[in-house]
Design a protein. Structure first.
Length: 398
């Protein structure tokens, strides 16, 4: 029986020479130009009710290279240019399947600077990575080894707003395999006072990375606002702001990786709440704190690691009253403001910590189909599943 290994991206930082950086920046610009030209061509064809696919835009690219105006496209590797046409085709596929909005033009200032190379566009030998159109290998910091005998399928080079260069190598990782099954199950409630509250009673503190660097960020943004638009000093100040943001994001991502890896390794079933973070950040008083907590990123990391290691993630419906429901007797409290962190059940007298009680109720709701059958399913096991019925508090008699 054939074993299907997981494809995994290994990301490294590298330090290009001046000529290499110039070549990569030219490549980024050409990739953006080809994407925008192809998108404009497909949009015009859409208006004329004509069909244009990847093969058509690939033929267009060949014609563009022969024109005097776009002859500079021949100066960079053709592999990233073909890849950006494939990415555009994927964007339209998602649009027609109603999974995404209509593709948008790439902006020189705000779009991500990246280029993807397939196997014909790079060479990886003896720890040296060389890209097409380059004579010397990249100075990559190999912070961790690639899997033994790895055969990369793609290499993506990118530069972030802080000016840092990264290379992401996609290859199969035979070390990622399902972990031994266990009976452990856990409910996880995300919050702001504490980042996570577990059904075991454990609470994980919220480090509030953005708040810790808020003074430094405000100072950098103030300096940026004083620089003249279009000046070299403004570009330097913008990079200083970007470095502060990158520092915050890196620390947040590192913590979430540690937490999700630990939870997936220790538990077979993980139950979370199906929160709509995009809607929640519209709450102006809490938007900054919610964004800093990284709830959406936590869920994404948890789901793909669970898929890697043979675990199950269950998302309980967002309307399930996990905080107002007594985990002891099952009675539902009518009102429970956010300022109330502990409460006592008026029915059974049990004292509850708001977050831990919510985690216990999420766990019970997630395991309910296993115990009682599929007829009582107050959750969806994947995004886009059918929502459950809202559970309301009983009305009080007048």
């Amino acid at each position: 029986m054939a074993v299907n290994h997981v494809k995994r991206a290994f990301k490294y930082r590298f330090y290009p020479r001046h000529a290499q950086a110039a070549e990569l920046l030219r490549t980024f610009g050409c990739v953006r130009k080809v994407y925008n030209l192809a998108l404009a061509a497909r949009t015009e064809a859409w208006a004329r009710r004509e069909r244009v696919d990847y093969h058509t835009t690939s033929a267009m690219l060949t014609a563009w290279k022969r024109t005097e105006e776009l002859a500079y496209l021949n100066e960079v590797s053709s592999v990233p240019l073909q890849q950006t046409l494939r990415h555009l085709q994927s964007a339209f596929t998602h649009f027609f399947a109603k999974r995404a909005k209509y593709p948008r033009l790439k902006s020189r200032k705000t779009s991500r600077k990246s280029a993807e190379y397939t196997t014909s566009g790079f060479r990886l030998r003896d720890g040296a990575l060389t890209l097409a159109k380059m004579a010397d290998p990249l100075d990559v910091v190999w912070s961790r080894p690639l899997p033994e005998g790895a055969k990369p399928s793609t290499v993506t080079v990118s530069q972030d707003p802080a000016g840092r260069w990264f290379v992401s190598i996609l290859c199969e990782d035979p070390l990622v395999k399902p972990l031994p099954a266990t009976d452990a199950a856990i409910g996880i409630d995300v919050g702001l006072n504490h980042l996570l509250a577990l059904s075991t009673g454990e609470k994980i503190a919220n480090p509030r990375h953005e708040r810790r660097d808020r003074t430094r960020l405000a100072k950098a943004q103030l300096e940026l606002s004083r620089k003249a638009r279009g000046s070299a000093n403004r570009a330097k100040a913008r990079r200083r702001v970007a470095r502060v943001h990158a520092r915050i994001a890196d620390r947040r991502r590192d913590l979430l990786h540690q937490l999700t890896t630990r939870l997936v390794r220790e538990n077979q079933t993980l139950v979370i709440e199906d929160l709509t973070v995009r809607t929640m950040v519209r709450n102006r008083p809490l938007a900054r704190a919610i964004a800093d907590a990284g709830w959406r990123e936590f869920r994404c990391l948890l789901e793909y690691k669970a898929a890697w290691y043979g675990r199950e993630v269950i998302a309980v419906d967002r309307f399930f009253p996990s905080s107002k429901l007594c985990s002891g007797c099952g009675s539902v409290r009518e009102r429970l403001p956010l300022s109330v962190r502990t409460w006592t059940c008026g029915n059974c007298g049990a004292a509850h910590d708001r977050d831990v009680n919510a985690a216990k109720n999420l766990l019970a709701a997630g395991l309910a189909p296993t115990v009682c059958g599929a007829g009582v399913r107050p959750q969806r096991s994947s995004p886009g599943g059918q929502s459950a019925m809202k559970q309301k508090a009983p009305r009080r008699e007048p």
